[in-house]
Structures are given as C-alpha cells and as structure tokens.
Design a protein around this ligand. Structure first.
Ligand SMILES: [Fe+2]
Length: 202
C-alpha cells in the first residue's frame, strides 16, 4: 500500500512560480497521489483575482486536480462575500474548522473536514485558519480557537478514517506544539509563516 502526498502552501498568486510547481506536480503525480494546498494560494494584490472574484486562483488548483485546500488569511482579504463565492464555486473543497460568518453561522461551501479515499485508505483531512483579531469584524468573519476546533473535529470523526492529516494555516510554531499534543494526527502540513522545511520532521 502506497500513498503519495504532494503539498503546496503560500503560493500568493505567484503564477510564474505556480507554473513550475504545476509541471513538477504533473511529473510526480500517480494513481496513489493526493494533492493539497495549505492556504494563501489566493492573493488579492493580483488583478486577475480582483477581476474574477478569486476564481482565477481556484481554476489554477483545479487544472492540476488538487484534492483539498485549507483557507488561509489571504483567502479572506477580499472580504467575506468573495470568500464565500470562491468556496461555493470551487470544485476543490475549501476546509476550515474554526472559521464562521460574523454572525457565527457556517459559511456556505466551507467544510470543516473531508475524507478522501485513495490507495484503499480513508484519509481524513482537517485544518484551521489564523485568527486575524482586529481585522475579523471588518472582513465579516468570526474565528474560534484553533486548538479547540481541531480537537472537536478529531473527536467528531474518530474511528471513521485510516490516516489523519492536519492541513493547517496557523504557523509552524503552533503546529510544532500540536504535533506534541495530538496523538491521533499522523501528518501535519504547515503553512502561513513561509518557513522552509527541506525534510519532514518525525
Ligand atoms: Fe497566511
């Protein structure tokens, strides 16, 4: 049994760099591969995103057949309406287990987790978004404590999966803490602070 995971994060709408990443993904991808993005793939400094309400970035991920992504802060930076529009229209699932509308209701199109089936395995994927504190209100979102949200989501799905991946956008320092605290998580894919890990840590 073999499972290959290809992961990107913090692409920030760098289309030139993504073109190279897309070529590599297509080269390495096989029938046992899942492709994930840890958030901040969309950056609204890009005019292409402004003109398409973010869908240009989603279409890039779709073109390489991503399986899921976690919502980072940059996916929120054009305001709640754009975020919801992207999540509702994306064929790639938008994940966040701690992100809500300002009125604390669920955001249409956003999933708290997904279970993918690949190589005969049930692969559970969840992730949290960063708290933007003073910006939350103006962006139209409510963000809860990520540790509680992750624990709750793991509890809710305990026993329903074979492999657990935390695809997180709260930064590598927080993820190192979580790695020590959460026994049921098999793999943490980190993002947000652009820290390079040339090798995975065990
Ligand atoms: Fe970020």
């Amino acid at each position: 049994m073999k499972l290959k995971i290809i992961h990107t994060n913090d692409v920030h709408s760098h289309f030139g760099a993504f073109k190279r990443a897309a070529s590599l993904i297509k080269e390495y991808k096989d029938e046992n591969t899942i492709i994930l993005d840890g958030g901040d793939f969309a950056d609204f400094k890009s005019i292409e995103l402004q003109g398409t309400r973010g869908m240009a970035a989603v279409e890039l991920l779709q073109s390489v057949e991503y399986d899921a992504l976690t919502i980072g802060n940059n996916e929120m930076f054009n305001g709640f309406d754009t975020l919801e529009y992207m999540a509702e229209n994306s064929p790639v699932p938008f994940i966040s287990n701690n992100l809500y509308r300002k009125d604390k209701e669920l955001i249409s199109g956003v999933k708290t987790s997904v279970i993918l089936e690949k190589s005969g395995l049930r692969i559970f994927i969840t992730g949290a978004s960063p708290d933007l504190q003073g910006f939350n209100d103006g962006l139209g979102v409510h963000i809860t404590d990520y540790k509680n949200a992750i624990r709750k989501e793991l509890e809710r799905h305990r026993g329903t999966y074979d492999v657990c991946i935390l695809l997180n956008h709260v930064g590598t320092v927080s993820d190192e803490e979580l790695a020590n605290e959460l026994d049921e998580v098999d793999i943490i894919l980190s993002a947000h602070d652009h820290r390079l890990f040339t090798h995975g840590r065990l």
